[in-house]
Design a protein around this ligand. Structure first.
Ligand code: SF4
Ligand code: SF4
Length: 141
């Protein structure tokens, strides 16, 4: 009669002294796994310019319609990126933009702290999308 009671108590005590599985966020930060799909970011080339050539494939393939690409013609007559925006409020983090890009110019980063109290701040422009990001090797967070 008392054995099931003791078994239950033992289980409770075991869990009580185990390492907690919850994080004390925001003091403790979560480290996403390698293949985590966080905020999309634009990748710079070695000159620090966006790799993006404004082909518009990502804009076409995005199932949420949250990418807008504005191209312009550069001094050398080539198509260049003028403006690039992603509306994070609509993004479903599917990663199709990354898969479609022929220039490997966009990547899903590990950024997950995306909460904001202003709707407008959730529409990211090319400067925001490349902000604090250096060459390709630095694109992780
Ligand atoms: S991750 Fe998906 S939804 Fe978000 S911008 Fe890319 S294609 Fe669009
Ligand atoms: S698919 Fe790549 S190169 Fe083309 S517009 Fe999108 S990010 Fe730029």
């Amino acid at each position: 009669m008392i054995k099931p009671l003791l078994d239950g108590l033992k289980t409770t005590l075991n869990h009580f002294f185990r390492k907690p599985i919850t994080l004390q966020y925001p003091e403790e930060k979560w480290s996403p796994p390698e293949r985590f799909r966080g905020q999309p970011v634009l990748i710079r080339n070695d000159e620090g310019e966006p790799r993006c050539v404004a082909c518009g494939l990502c804009e076409k393939i995005c199932p949420c319609g949250c990418i807008t690409v504005h191209p312009h013609t550069g001094a050398d007559g080539r198509r260049q990126l003028k403006r690039y925006t992603i509306d994070l409020l609509r993004c479903c983090f599917c990663g199709l933009c990354v898969e479609s890009c022929p220039m490997a110019a966009i990547k899903m980063s590990s950024r997950y702290e995306l909460a904001n109290d202003r709707k407008e701040a959730c529409v990211l422009h090319e400067q925001d999308l490349m902000e604090k990001i250096g060459p390709v090797s630095d694109v992780s967070g």
